[in-house]
Ligand binder design. Structure first.
Ligand SMILES: [Zn+2]
Length: 402
């Protein structure tokens, strides 16, 4: 019997030397969802019955890790309002987002926050991304999901109904425990507070939350737009900072020595810049708004550059849904990392292998004999041109009939 999933991807270029170099003329046989072998095209073993995919002109890229996703939210210029859409709608949005991710070569979605509500499918009251994660298990047409549950904030920071708002350190700790009880894979602390630029919690107040998570085998990440919250989080020992728009050299050095990841989300600034022409919203289209965004963007690019110079491990994400990007725009972020001084191969590693390290998934970001067929095909060389990642032809883990 012919394995319907048995495919020979013939004559593509492969990333070798830890993703630093391209080797053309390579073929891969996929069967049962795994890579059976990888050989030069003129040394192919017999592969009787396999469907031949002429992959000439393509580069084989490991399935990407969008380390900052919000699966249940659609993004766009009104991204915050969309969080108020009814749960039925948000759960449907997640299905659409998964389609877009697959077509864009995204294999992993690390969900860093969804609205807590009664799930219209399973009836459980908890962060909606948790039910989505559970229902997608084992489906090859859906991304692998890790979900942080909902945002844990200080009261007065986010609009009512988004996340759990804690009024004091005891409530903060209780909210963290509750998220783990409801099935969160890791915790998402919101370390921007009601007063912009001031950490909502001191490091001593964050540390018990980190210890609680560690004790239960979970990691902790912290949303930080400003330096003060980033410092408090790192001092308390969080595993990662999201955004990190205001890091400095000293904090970057400390992150490097503690092994703290940075999850960059620079493309949000590029997205907002486009809204100056495509919307009439004052904060994007007005002169003052454009000026403010440009300054924040320059500071954020400097931050990532400082982290890179210090040797911080940089994973990356679109922030789709929780920001204005869409789920099929991770290539934009890889381009942004190159702007921040990463070599194209390093920027691609951020969107693949380093994201896998953050998730504790050694197979994410590698294509090897015996490993999962989690790769996709693009046109062009992403090691010299990150825009190649926009030109996806097909994905091997959920390939079509042709
Ligand atoms: Zn976000």
């Amino acid at each position: 019997m012919t394995d319907p999933g048995r495919r020979l991807y013939r004559d593509a270029a492969l990333l070798v030397d830890g993703g630093r170099k391209l080797r053309p003329g390579m073929s891969l046989l996929v069967e049962g969802g795994r890579v059976a072998w990888i050989r030069p095209v003129d040394e192919e073993p017999a592969a009787d019955g396999a469907r031949i995919v002429d992959a000439s002109g393509c580069t084989v890229v490991p399935g990407m890790v969008d380390a900052h996703s919000h699966l249940t939210l659609p993004g766009g210029a009104h991204w915050i309002e969309r969080g108020r859409d009814p749960p039925e709608r948000l759960v449907a949005v997640a299905e659409h987002n998964a389609e877009l991710q697959r077509q864009a070569g995204v294999r992993w979605a690390r969900d860093v926050g969804s609205v807590r509500a009664v799930d219209p499918v399973d009836g459980k009251e908890r962060a909606l991304a948790l039910g989505v994660r559970d229902r997608w298990k084992g489906r090859t047409d859906r991304p692998y999901v890790r979900s942080a549950g909902t945002w844990i904030t200080r009261a007065g920071t986010l609009p009512e109904g988004l996340g759990i708002a804690a009024a004091d350190p005891a409530a903060f700790l209780a909210a963290a425990a509750a998220q783990l009880d409801e099935g969160a894979d890791f915790l998402k602390l919101y370390l921007d507070g009601p007063t912009p630029g001031v950490s909502p919690w001191a490091a001593e107040e964050i540390r018990p939350v980190v210890e609680l998570a560690r004790g239960r085998g979970a990691k902790v990440t912290a949303h930080t737009s400003y330096l003060d919250g980033a410092r408090a989080g790192v001092e308390a020992g969080v595993d990662a900072l999201e955004h990190g728009f205001e890091l400095d050299a000293e904090l970057a050095a400390r992150m490097q020595s503690q092994g703290t990841f940075l999850v960059s989300t620079l493309a949000v600034f590029r997205s907002w810049a486009t809204f100056a022409r495509t919307t009439s919203l004052a904060r994007f289209a007005g002169e003052e708004g454009r000026d403010r965004m440009a300054k924040r963007r320059a500071r954020a690019v400097e931050s990532v550059a400082a982290a890179h110079r210090a040797g911080v491990r940089i994973a990356t994400g679109t922030d789709f849904g929780g920001g204005s990007l869409r789920p099929n725009q991770l290539a934009w972020e890889v381009e942004s990392l190159v702007e921040a001084g990463l070599a194209p191969w390093e920027a691609l590693a951020s969107a693949t292998r380093v994201g896998g390290e953050l998730l504790g998934e050694p197979e994410a970001g590698t294509v090897r004999e015996g490993g999962p067929a989690d790769f996709f095909l693009v046109h062009g060389d992403p090691l010299s041109d990150p825009t190649a990642l926009w030109r996806v032809w097909r994905v091997a883990w959920a390939d079509g009939p042709a």
